[in-house]
Design a protein around this ligand. Structure first.
Ligand code: SF4
Length: 604
């Protein structure tokens, strides 16, 4: 049975009203890959009566009243993506599609959905608490740089006028809020929930005071300093309360929630999801088609890539499910009428981090490193590939499963320490194309990105080809590359193009860097300062330069030729055009293995 979305469905359950009503910018797909249904099922399993209002028309308050007044609170999310990221391209152009909406239609949610939804709810039910969460709220919890307005905005709590913000993965915090409200506690008493933030006044207790909104919006140095101080408070075991003044009031952010244990992860994924979009939808939903046969094995990422917000949202601690929980989910999936024998993914933010973690609990509780992998793999990191390998082997052994792919990205510097997983992956789970994310290969750029760099990539590539040959498979990589990343100049992009040419890798799509809220790279983009070391960083800001950077990686496409020539002119290296178009390199001529590797880059 689906979570109720109408009064009729509420009545069918024999209920008169609901405790918590979720409002979401995404269509309702009852699957644990989507945060709102997952949290709704989670609260339901703890005895709460919950409902979901999905993609309400925000032009009036009536759609927000569809399920009546909740006894405890409204829980609001913009959906799986920040609504501005969902709506606009990196060039700030309007997108025409939305993968989280039936029919892939654009326009089912407003810009700045959290603010708009909260406003409508307050119009409809002035006195009902509104709790905001999800990616949009989580990554905009402090004063933050907004690329679309090119300015520092206040904490979203001030703009949305919500009562409480839950950040990160929300199971613990939302359950605690619901239970304490059910027990009669008021919002004023809910000031100590881990993983939450609220507007208040700074008390006398221990806290970290970061530069105010007014300071961060007028000084780039202060903005970078605030970002660094926040980043250092992401370890749940050592974090303190963080306060940021906004005029005469403050955003008070409690320390992060503790990660879920394996048992808790298993219990979340064992909830009775229908594994289907709500039956009221008549059109297909692309996001559903993409994940319907994929399995989440874990959460979190300890890679710490500068352009990625996973660390700020899911945390650095890997939270893995048990093998038996994953196998049970797959077995249930194979009984679905539409299952055709293929599991499209077994992974998480980084597939080869399943089952891994810090091997030194004392060090972990004090650790302030951004990444367990960069600049070198930490000696305390457990890199054993036993759990991940055994999981893939067990899935492969299931009779009903004909093929299991790993389509989540893998971190190749870590893969070097995981020979058995590498062999299992290349031998059985690549499906012809392996997604890999070098993002760049020029060292000073990969250093800013906190990525492993060229040498590790070359080692990986050689190993991948060796293992593919051993398995007798013709397999390719899909390299993800970013243009216009902070620190990357036109000259760096030309160098990258030459490196890729030497490796006989052609890409057909390149991701233009987007400064999304909450990442180190976005902080650098806005401030020109790496917040973690104070160094000044070059930023490509003009659309023209960003276009030229991108074109250099697409040098082999006739449509980009004019731009490539323009870029080379600007670099004073017109004569070096022959290095791109001049008939191949020594390595191409000498290596048939390299010659055959022409790959297609997919967009993310
Ligand atoms: S001590 Fe090392 S392995 Fe442990 S959390 Fe810190 S960086 Fe990661």
């Amino acid at each position: 049975m689906f979570i109720p979305t109408t009064q009729e469905e509420v009545s069918k359950r024999g209920w008169k009203d609901l405790d918590v009503i979720f409002v979401s910018g995404d269509a309702y797909i009852d699957h644990p890959a989507f945060g709102v249904p997952l949290l709704a099922r989670w609260l339901e399993s703890h005895g709460f009566r919950v409902g979901i209002i999905a993609q309400p028309d925000w032009r009036s308050k009536e759609p927000f009243m569809a399920l009546g007044r909740p006894r405890l609170f409204f829980a609001v999310s913009a959906g799986a993506m920040d609504s501005m990221v969902a709506h606009y391209t990196p060039a700030r152009k309007l997108r025409h599609d939305d993968a989280y909406t039936p029919g892939n239609r654009h326009g089912a949610r407003p810009n700045r959905a959290i603010m708009v939804y909260t406003s409508r709810l307050k119009e409809a039910f002035k006195d009902v608490p509104v709790v905001i969460g999800g990616i949009e709220a989580s990554l905009r919890r402090f004063a933050h740089y907004d690329f679309w307005e090119n300015k520092v905005r206040r904490s979203i709590l001030f703009d949305a006028k919500a009562d409480l913000l839950i950040y990160g993965m929300a199971e613990r915090a939302i359950l605690e809020v619901a239970q304490r409200m059910k027990d009669g506690q008021t919002l004023e008493e809910l000031r100590d929930v881990r993983g939450s933030a609220y507007i208040g006044r700074v008390g006398n207790g221990a806290h970290v005071e970061i530069p105010s909104y007014e300071e961060t919006s007028s000084s780039k140095e202060k903005f970078a300093e605030a970002f660094r101080l926040v980043y250092l408070q992401q370890n749940p075991w050592s974090a303190q309360i963080v306060a940021q003044q906004h005029a005469n009031r403050a955003l008070i952010c409690n320390p992060p929630a503790f990660p879920l244990t394996e048992q808790e992860m298993d219990s979340v994924y064992a909830l009775p999801f229908e594994k289907s979009p709500h039956p009221s939808y008549l059109e297909t939903i692309p996001a559903w088609e993409q994940i319907k046969t994929s399995i989440t094995s874990h959460r979190g990422c300890f890679g710490g890539c500068a352009f990625c917000a996973i660390t700020m949202h899911q945390g650095k601690t890997i939270q893995s499910r048990s093998k038996s929980s994953i196998l049970a989910e797959i077995s249930a999936l194979t009984r679905k009428s539409w299952f055709r024998g293929t599991i499209s993914d077994v992974g998480g933010p980084t597939a080869n981090m399943y089952g891994l973690g810090c091997g030194n609990v004392d060090a972990m509780k004090k650790c302030l490193r951004e990444s367990c992998l960069f600049p070198q793999i930490c000696k305390n990191l457990c890199t054993s590939d036993a759990a991940a390998t055994s999981l893939l082997q067990a899935v492969r052994a299931l009779d009903e499963v004909r093929h299991t792919a790993v389509s989540s990205g893998v971190r190749y510097d870590l893969l070097e320490k995981q020979p058995a997983y590498f062999r299992e992956l290349t031998g059985h789970h690549v499906s012809g194309l392996l997604k890999i994310a070098p993002e760049h290969l020029v060292e000073h750029v990969t250093d800013i990105m906190r990525k492993p760099g060229k040498k590790a990539f070359e080692t990986f590539l050689a190993r991948f080809r060796e293992e593919s040959d051993r398995a007798g498979k013709r397999q390719y990589i899909v390299p993800y590359l970013i243009s216009g990343h902070p620190g990357c100049t036109l000259a760096d992009m030309f160098e990258l193009a030459l490196i890729l040419k030497k490796m006989a890798i052609k890409v057909e799509q390149v991701q233009d860097f987007t400064p999304t809220p909450g990442t180190i790279a976005t902080c650098i983009f806005h401030s020109g300062i790496d917040p973690m070391n104070g160094k000044r960083v070059y930023i490509a800001t003009s659309d023209r330069e960003k276009g030229l950077q991108k074109a250099l990686l697409l040098w082999h496409l006739p449509t980009e030729r004019a731009k490539v020539i323009e870029a080379l002119k600007e670099l004073g290296r017109e004569a070096d055009a022959k290095l791109l178009w001049g008939g191949g390199t020594e390595s191409q001529r000498s290596s048939p293995a390299l010659r055959k590797k022409t790959v297609t880059k997919k967009t993310r």
